[in-house]
Ligand binder design. Structure first.
Ligand SMILES: [Zn+2]
Ligand SMILES: [Zn+2]
Length: 532
């Protein structure tokens, strides 16, 4: 072990002890050990026990920990703390500039146990009310978390979107003669991107104003000023179509494609359209090249953003939204939507300021007044995002439930369930005659929380039997239900509701990501859920 590795272990120990509010004196002494060991100019592994013990900032107990590390690469004391800490919390300690005492607050007060849950809590504005936090801390933290996730080389599509387009623009500006296109997961508009790749011909990538990190034949790896890595694959113009095709589809797609095609050789083709025509197959848009499902299918009825007629699933200042009901409604109207369905949190969601019965009635009165004021047919629907309680019941009595125009039923608490429990809890809620839409069916957060396991077929079957739609939660951190289940839902006649789950007027724009994911699932116009 190097000195640095040994020193880091003491920093980790101090941090994790601080997280558990342990003895501040010991924490301070381990922090000091870290500093002293980092200053050392001799390798600890070459020193005797006595020499180590005589070092500044190193006492007897610390010496034995150092020796233990050198011998076993482990530190028992640290491991004990680690065992009693959720793995996601340990991971949070890796977010630069977000210290253990703050992590303790979000862990204990908000119940965030993973980095993704923390990111989601920031997006839902939950941190501003915490002691020692504020809007600025929250905004900074969002950047820090994205940096942290980026360092693991996995990105949410939405996060990488503007960066990717910025790179594209610069490449086009600097190499105006070149032909450039995205390939890989980004071109397929996959919700998670692990690598940003561009295909280029008619230009020399090495002249670009980016730091060239690596070159391997026709593959170039570049770094931006903010340390983002992207890749350029260079090809000849006459093989453009072949390469574009080859670097876009997944392996699964390519295998299906080849087995459906009489022709087998697709080298040296200038356009992608010619690749398809050589195979005597209809062109397939990149989004649908995830698997072989859409080969030789008529996909002309695939939904577009225009098919989303209104905003379903929105939060206001009544619960945890940033904008008022009126602001949310006006913005939707301004953006050309025909209606908005307001769905604040229900009363059990106390952490999100969920609505008790009296405040629901207050909201209904406001909605009635606003509706009366619209002259162009725009309408606000009275909805609620009702918690699905642990037993599968909805959050209110029948006399309240029947007053809503529609109800989204979602799980927000007690997420740790086995598949049987989670499935039956959802089905109970789906069978409730007041449920209109099943909200974010698995509770997953992309790149961070797997979500509770459910038997998708049983849940979709129950929705079919009860005329309940399923939400495609359009928040790019969720995109839940997973697009891969859309074909089965359509087969069963279940409609999909593309919902922004907007917590602000700007959140409404997330609809585009929901549409993107729904298109990847092959959702056709017939199966999109709209109120009218
Ligand atoms: Zn929700
Ligand atoms: Zn919501």
């Amino acid at each position: 072990m190097t000195n640095k590795e040994i020193a880091n272990k003491f920093a980790d120990l101090a941090n994790i002890m601080e997280l558990h509010k342990d003895n501040p004196f010991k924490i301070k002494s381990y922090k000091n050990t870290y500093i002293q060991l980092r200053k050392l100019d001799r390798a600890l592994v070459d020193m005797t026990e006595d020499e180590i013990a005589s070092l500044k900032g190193v006492g007897k107990a610390t010496t034995s920990k150092i020796l233990e590390l050198i011998e076993t690469q482990e530190m028992n004391t640290y491991n004990k703390y680690r065992e009693k800490t959720p793995p996601g919390i340990v991971e949070m300690l890796g977010i630069k500039g977000f210290g253990p005492s703050k992590i303790r607050v979000v862990w204990k007060e908000l119940g965030c146990e993973t980095v993704g849950e923390l990111l989601y809590a920031c997006n839902e504005n939950r941190l501003v009310g915490l002691k020692g936090f504020g809007a600025k801390t929250q905004a900074d933290l969002i950047d820090k978390i994205h940096f942290f996730l980026g360092a693991r080389n996995k990105f949410h599509y939405a996060r990488i979107f503007s960066k990717a387009n910025g790179i594209m623009e610069q490449v086009r500006n600097e190499l105006p003669e070149a032909k450039v296109e995205f390939v890989g997961a980004f071109r397929r508009k996959h919700p998670i991107i692990d690598k940003l790749e561009l295909l280029l011909c008619n230009g020399n990538p090495t002249t670009l104003n980016y730091e060239l990190v690596k070159q391997d034949n026709n593959r170039y790896q570049f770094k931006t000023d903010d340390d983002f890595i992207f890749h350029i694959i260079h090809c000849k113009e006459e093989e453009w179509g072949s390469k574009l095709f080859r670097y876009t589809g997944t392996r699964e797609f390519m295998e299906s494609f080849l087995s459906s095609s009489e022709a087998k050789d697709f080298k040296g083709i200038a356009t992608e359209e010619e690749v398809f025509s050589k195979a005597s197959l209809p062109y397939i848009i990149p989004e649908l090249r995830e698997n072989g499902l859409y080969i030789n299918k008529d996909m002309s009825q695939l939904i577009t953003e225009d098919d989303v007629k209104g905003v379903i699933h929105s939060h206001t200042t009544y619960s945890d939204g940033i904008n008022s009901l009126q602001e949310m409604a006006s913005y939707s109207k301004e953006k050309g939507y025909r209606y908005i369905g307001i769905t604040d949190h229900s009363k059990s969601a106390f952490y999100a300021n969920g609505l008790k019965e009296d405040r629901i009635k207050e909201q209904w009165a406001e909605i009635d007044a606003l509706n009366a004021s619209y002259e162009d047919g725009f309408r606000i629907y009275k909805g609620i995002e009702s918690d699905i309680l642990y037993d599968g019941n909805l959050d209110y009595d029948e006399d309240i439930l029947k007053g809503f125009d529609f109800i989204i039923a979602s799980v927000h608490s007690n997420l740790k369930m086995d598949e049987e429990k989670a499935t039956s809890r959802l089905i109970k809620a789906i069978e409730n005659p007041y449920t209109t839409i099943l909200g974010h069916p698995t509770g997953r957060l992309l790149l961070s929380r797997k979500g509770y396991p459910i038997d998708h077929k049983k849940v979709i079957d129950a929705c079919a039997a009860n005329g309940v739609a399923i939400e495609m939660n359009a928040n790019p951190l969720r995109l839940d239900m997973d697009f891969e289940w859309i074909p089965y839902a359509m087969e069963k006649g279940v409609k999909i509701s593309i919902n922004p789950d907007a917590h602000s007027t700007q959140g409404i724009h997330d609809i585009r990501y929901g549409v993107m994911a729904a298109r990847k699932g092959g959702l056709t116009k017939e199966f999109i859920y709209n109120f009218e």
